[in-house]
Design a protein around this ligand. Structure first.
Ligand SMILES: [Zn+2]
Length: 129
């Protein structure tokens, strides 16, 4: 199974093969800042399962994670682990926006106050060990 998506302007396209490792909503401050959004909903895949093409740029938000974006339109594509293992692709960018549903909320300790979690998904104050 191949899942495809891309940025707003269309210059960046990605493909992810197989099923994600996990699908989570991250409420951490770094995701809020780097995606300019209250939280980041992403599907995590092995980096080797992802094909990314087009004009991207990246910058580190910690020692472990780099954020990748389209250098033409600025759309944030996702978060890449520096160690090469996994990357999180923004759920909103998949051609089928409803292909994946999150199963967990992480970093709820940094959640915006007005964000009310009304689903039944497990909530974790920080990451899942
Ligand atoms: Zn673009």
């Amino acid at each position: 199974m191949m899942h495809e998506g891309g940025c707003l302007c269309g210059a960046v396209r990605f493909k992810a093969e197989g099923e994600p490792i996990n699908v989570r909503i991250c409420h951490c401050r770094l995701c809020q800042k780097s995606f300019a959004a209250p939280f980041f909903a992403r599907a995590q895949f092995a980096q080797e399962a992802i094909t990314l093409r087009g004009p991207t740029a990246r910058y580190p938000t910690s020692e472990r994670i780099e954020r990748v974006f389209c250098s033409q339109c600025g759309t944030r594509i996702g978060s890449w682990r520096v160690n090469g293992t996994a990357a999180g692709l923004a759920l909103a960018l998949f051609d089928d926006r409803n292909a994946f549903s999150p199963t967990d909320h992480i970093w709820v300790s940094e959640k915006l106050d007005w964000v009310r979690i009304t689903d039944e998904l497990p909530q974790f104050p920080e990451g899942i060990p």
